[in-house]
Design a protein around this ligand. Structure first.
Ligand SMILES: Cc1cc2nc3c(=O)[nH]c(=O)nc-3n(C[C@H](O)[C@H](O)[C@H](O)COP(=O)(O)O)c2cc1C
Length: 185
């Protein structure tokens, strides 16, 4: 896929086929993620890949319960209360793969670098017919000491991006955006 077409057509995808994304493909996407620019050349990223459907589904349930019980800490999520209360709602959109990107806090630039890596991965995935969706809800539990310990993430790394991933079920229309606000004359 041509790069401008890829950027113009990429959407957040929330419906996936049952086809499993192979380990090779995930590794390739992560490697493409690490081609992103990186402040001071520090490459402060680290990745966790979850493909255990039971774990993904139970993380979704636990996150929903946690957020609903602690909504006062997350005022920016209050608009999604009805989604979180819906028993059928899965925060990872029933994806078979969840990719989490952690940044090493020792680099001042870790949030920028890991966000750029996430963008690369999303675009590269789109070009392969793999849909992705950044899942902000997941921050609540996937950045905890318990979760990080379970997945071998050192304490000095913090969560920057979580994305659900899977082969796209349907073709989507390109995104629509407001006219960009350009301050300079
Ligand atoms: C930082 C961030 C957090 C997001 N969190 C969620 C989320 O928790 N759940 C979800 O379904 N979509 C989430 N999204 C996707 C946005 O809803 C989506 O990008 C926006 O509606 C525009 O749609 P588009 O990406 O298809 O153009 C998130 C996107 C970003 C960049």
């Amino acid at each position: 896929m041509e790069v401008l077409e890829c950027i113009s057509g990429k959407r957040s995808v929330r419906a996936y086929t049952d086809e499993v994304i192979s380990k090779e493909t995930i590794t390739k996407l992560i490697e493409l993620g690490t081609k992103a620019s990186t402040g001071s050349g520090l490459e402060p990223w680290g990745f966790v890949v979850i493909q255990d459907k039971e774990e993904i589904d139970s993380l979704s349930e636990a996150t929903k319960q946690y957020l609903l019980n602690n909504m006062e800490k997350y005022p920016y999520l209050s608009q999604y209360e009805s989604w979180l209360k819906n028993p059928k709602y899965n925060i990872f959109n029933n994806a078979g793969t969840v990719l989490v990107i952690y940044g090493n806090k020792e680099s001042h630039w870790h949030v920028y670098d890991c966000s750029l890596a996430a963008g690369n991965i999303m675009l590269a995935a789109h070009s392969m017919g793999i849909g992705t969706c950044w899942i902000g809800f997941a921050e609540a539990l996937l950045n905890t000491k318990e979760f990080k310990e379970k997945h071998g993430v050192p304490e000095k790394y913090e969560l920057v991006s979580t994305m659900s991933m899977g082969y796209m079920k349907t073709k989507m229309t390109p995104p629509e955006r407001k006219k960009p606000l350009i301050f300079s004359k």
